[in-house]
Design a protein around this ligand. Structure first.
Ligand code: SUG
Length: 457
């Protein structure tokens, strides 16, 4: 076991690496996510897993080509036959699937979800510069709000531990207790604001409800997925102090309007916080708390309701954009294609964001429609990990994208993925066989060792 690294991180060599989730071979539209308007309204559609995976890879490739550091996270083993067995379905794999399809089709759909593609929910990450021991800290999110996502954290933990294996640089914490009081959805509700990535940052944790105490002002229609207590526990695990953290409640009206994660209504990068007027219950209090703790002046970029309604924000996923730093200090906003189709949103991007007094000076439009129909935009698809050069070199496996890996992953998708998946197809035992074959090949391609239940026996 190696000792934690105590050398101060060189502020200039820290880069943000976006680890995108690969869209898995069982990507489908089962309408599983309550409170997620896109998922609810597209349930029953026929999906195209191959197109979904290629759209995701296309986004990764174009950002890599533009000079951004890009990584990849593998999908999970689905259908989750272990979960079906735990729920009492027995016999051969084929029998387990057939019984589940006949007796509990909803459960079968849940264990087939490819939801691990949305790696903003994989966990929360604290860069080494902010951690007392100088290591990068990870906590997989328990995702206990829904059954289909509750199935993710164990494998997520194994994958993160396999990729960030070097104990001198990386620290892994246990998943929080998977119970409503500690409901945790990971980085989707966490934003680090800072100067350059290598400078100390302030961590904005946004929660939907308070489990113990609180004043009861909460959403009424849809569930609040993140609790204050969960956010505080993650901050504690990572050794973050009061001076480094701000905890803010999401606006209950936003959650009731379909904003199931903060990253559907706000995105931050460096000192910039781009947000909708309805993002926070106490907008001024949140900004003041950030200003008081940040070493660099905060640059708030506020989008008022008159410019973009809450409904348009949710429909277009404007705030589920990636905000990326360029070497000249400017920033690029990576928006989903749906933003271009909405006149008010597109106008706001041009007039208020690009032309406004802030570092955002470019917009890139990416088509990730297969994921968008389940409520996952560009920002949902990636887990941000700020890493120094030494930390990047310490990453295990072939998970940092280059042309060779892009080519191999594209060929892998083209070889293994179906181009059509209806909800009824989930009962097909051949789909499970195809998926395991594909995933086994993938772990070899990525050189991350055995991470899936079927590989561990
Ligand atoms: O948890 N959709 C996901 C979308 C997650 C988006 N992530 C972020 N905003 N960071 C969710 O609601 C739908 C899956 C289905 O219906 O099969 C789903 O789980």
């Amino acid at each position: 076991m190696s000792e934690p690294v105590s050398d101060a991180v060189n502020a200039t060599d820290v880069r943000e690496v976006n680890f995108d989730g690969l869209v898995g071979p069982t990507h489908n539209y089962s309408g599983l996510a309550h409170g997620n308007v896109a998922s609810m309204s597209h349930g029953g559609l026929v999906s195209n897993p191959r197109e979904g995976a290629l759209q995701g890879l296309g986004k990764m490739k174009s950002l890599m080509d533009a000079g951004y550091a890009q990584g990849v996270l593998p999908p999970q083993q689905r259908p989750d036959l272990g979960a079906l067995r735990a729920l009492g379905f027995s016999g051969s794999d084929g029998e387990v699937l057939a019984r589940a399809a006949k007796e509990a089709p909803q459960i079968l759909r849940a264990v087939c979800s490819a939801s691990s593609m949305w790696t903003a929910n994989a966990g929360t990450v604290t860069p080494s510069v902010d951690a007392p021991d100088g290591r990068v800290h990870f906590t997989p999110a328990n995702l206990q709000s829904s059954f289909h996502r509750y199935l993710e954290p164990q494998t997520t933990g194994r994958v993160l531990a396999a990729m960030f294996k070097d104990q001198g640089h990386f620290a892994h914490h246990p998943v929080l207790p998977a119970t409503p009081a500690f409901s945790d959805e990971g980085a989707a509700n966490h934003t680090r604001l800072c100067g350059d990535y290598g400078e100390p940052g302030v961590h904005l944790f946004v929660y939907g409800r308070q489990a113990f105490g609180g004043d009861g002002i909460e959403p009424k229609r849809y569930p609040a997925r993140q609790t204050l207590e969960a956010s505080q526990a993650v901050a504690r695990q990572h050794g973050l102090t009061d001076a480094q953290t701000v905890f803010a409640q999401q606006h209950p009206e936003a959650i009731d309007g379909g904003v199931f994660h903060n990253d559907v209504i706000a995105v931050g990068n460096g000192p910039v916080l781009l947000y909708h007027a309805k993002a926070f219950r106490d907008e001024e209090g949140t900004l003041d708390a950030l200003r008081a703790k940040m070493a660099t002046p905060l640059i708030p970029v506020r989008v008022p309701e008159e410019a973009v309604s809450l409904e348009d924000a949710v429909g277009s996923y404007l705030f589920n954009s990636q905000l990326l730093s360029n070497p000249d200090g400017s920033m690029t906003l990576v928006v989903p294609g749906e933003c271009q189709e909405n006149e008010a949103v597109w106008r706001t991007i041009q007039d208020l964001l690009i032309a406004g007094p802030n570092p955002i000076n470019e917009v890139l439009v990416k088509d990730v429609k297969q994921s968008m129909r389940n409520g996952g935009g560009p920002a949902c698809l990636r887990l941000r990990v700020a890493l120094s050069e030494a930390e990047r070199a310490a990453v295990t496996g072939r998970v940092l994208l280059d042309d060779g890996l892009y080519g191999d992953l594209t060929a892998w998708v083209e070889k293994h993925y179906r181009d059509r998946l209806a909800v009824e197809d989930l009962a097909d035992p051949q789909l499970a066989v195809e998926t395991l074959t594909a995933l086994d090949e993938l772990t070899q391609l990525l050189k991350i060792g055995s991470v899936y239940p079927f590989q561990l026996g």
